[in-house]
Design a binder for this molecule. Sequence first.
Ligand code: GLN
Ligand code: ZN
Length: 765
Amino acid sequence: MGSTVKSSSLGYPNIGENREWKKTLEAFWSGKIEEPQFQEEMEAIRLERLRRQQQSGLDLIPVGDFTFYDRVLDTAAMFGIVPQRYGYAGGEVSLSLYFSMARGNASATACEMTKWFNTNYHYIVPELGGAEPALTANLPLQAYREAKQKLGIDGKPVLIGPLTFLKLSKGYAASETDAWLDRLLPLYGQVLAELQAAGAAWAQLDEPVVCGDLAEGDAARLQRIYAELAKAAPELKLIVQTYFDAPDDYKTLTSLPVAAVGLDFVHDRGRNLQAIAEHGFPDGLTLAAGILDGRGIWRADLDAALALVRQLQAAVPAERLLLQPSSSLLHVPVSLSGEAKLDPALQGALAGADEKLAELALLAAAASLDADEQSETVTAGFAASRETLAALNALPERRVAAVRDSVEQHGGKRSERTSAFAERRAEQQERWRLPLLPTTTIGSFPQTAEIRSARAKWRKGTLDEASYETFIREQIQDWISLQEEIGLDVLVHGEFERTDMVEFFGEKLAGFAFTSNGWVQSYGSRCVKPPVIYGDVDFVDPMTVQETVYAQSLTGKPVKGMLTGPITILNWSFVRNDLPRSEVALQIALALRQEVAVLEHAGIGMIQVDEPALREGLPLKKSRWPEELRGAVDAFRLATTGVSDTTQIHTHMCYCEFSDIIDTIRDLDADVISIETSRSHGELIHSFEENTYEKGIGLGVYDIHSPRVPSVSEMVSMIERSLRSLDPELFWINPDCGLKTRGREETAASLRNMVAAAREIRSSK
Ligand code: GLN
Ligand code: ZN
């Protein structure tokens, strides 16, 4: 558009508008296509993303953010950082080695994978300490050249900054940080020098870690890193990019010898603007200002965004201002313009990556001129945007008085069970008379191809409601008798009617909508399509009673009801941005509280409320955790405390580290918690050794992520290890997580061994 205020972006989704990327990857992994075809298809996807960004009028187009799996893994591979177990002997990292690190191979396990800050994206954790790092390939340079040669784009290479890369890596002691910088900085320097020689004008180095808790010495490290990199490529304009919060040390960040600093003005709670007001913004430095939410899927309030830009312009001249999304657009779908099945008022208010880039172009054009000089395109664009948001807000679902009233009534104070745990426990024991070390499972049983196909037919309408229901009942019946035969003490119905633990509830609650194609990458080729919470969340009809009660009717053993908790539903959805998230969590909790009540009323006396995502989405700064966690506990308790003493509330969590949230777990006041253990390699048990836990607890006794059937003795020793620190009277025996990805035979065999292990220990007590 040729505006004075330029636009820039931090990264674009990999997956392609129709998940072409996923399909190509999976075809390659399964051997359906060979490497040349794989490379060809990937190039087409890569160029298509660039073309779309080019067409949007974006000034600084990111290159080098595209990946075959994950950008952190790319960075490790670029520097030859390959763990010893892969037998790597230096040189370029082959495609097969690259994917072995990501996914494991016959002889070596995969590298660890973990959450990218507070998002749902997962990266591969680099393991330092293998071979000496060396530059194996200049990946940003390759990307820069490709964009230039094929599309005439003078791209902005993006890299993971050295401090962030080191902080995300493992395999070294904190005291070795500087020694690792000594090794890595020359390599980074070479990458940047080669980019400069190739004609690149800008390079972005992502340093989101500066928005978290920095260690002593990190400020000095930042100075050293960027002084050295600026020296290596003096003509290249370096952007030190932060996101997901505000840096605590604004002054150090803005005094680095670089061309630009990137700040997030959307997720910073106003702190970046405040810092600028307080300390000013240095002359000569460019501000890359994240003004559009890179993670949400809502159209921006352009007037508010422009007002923010005007405030920034008071401190930074137009020619030193870059407008951009707050973070990479990796976290949003490619486009949401084709969601024809949604209510037009809702559909119009959604923005994927492409729609955000269009908004950015409008904002850059608007910011370049004074209010009275705006072009017709800009004026019309702003007017259309206002109308879109007005239409969204006019939807009656946006504000349901009854929901607002009950949130107000329940919010602000913590809900309590009628009696304390000790009392409830005695009453529950009286009611259930469970044996010592009761055995149970986490909820789901194998979702076979047959089940998936029946559901697909039912959704398409080729299988009628009654036949589908009968089919589900048959599955429940089959597994209830199998569980009885295996000898489990507390049974489950198996969750056969659910594809996904959040989607299932979202489809039954008011306030949710579902896109047809709103996919985002979660890890590797795995994509998720999060539900959209756009209205007030409300209970409509019982959601789980029918299946649970049916299962209970088939057995004399207790059947646990199975619900997904409020924080998990919240964290795995795209959430409206006109209400605080904590308030949306309370709305979900109230709806679940009603479901808990109907289950209890229907005679279900054990109810599990899963919170696998309880600690996801926690802020980058630990000092902000207590407040967040308090809100999470409030929501969980609102959902679960409405029951009588004899009703036993269970919860389940996975994929996490618990040592630092053990007080939160206690505060949930669940009667029984089950936790995944095996992947945290005993660290979890260790954290319970140091902290007593005095409510019911089941530490998963076997890993459900592999088809391997664990032996009785293996599980006996797992249990004995746990019982050294936990009270046997409170200990439960269960697998690590749900069994829906497993096969029937291996599941039955593993559970038989698990029950045998429990019996063996019982008889020795
Ligand atoms: N109840 C769920 C299941 O068994 C729990 C899944 C999870 O923890 N992620 O599938
Ligand atoms: Zn789990």
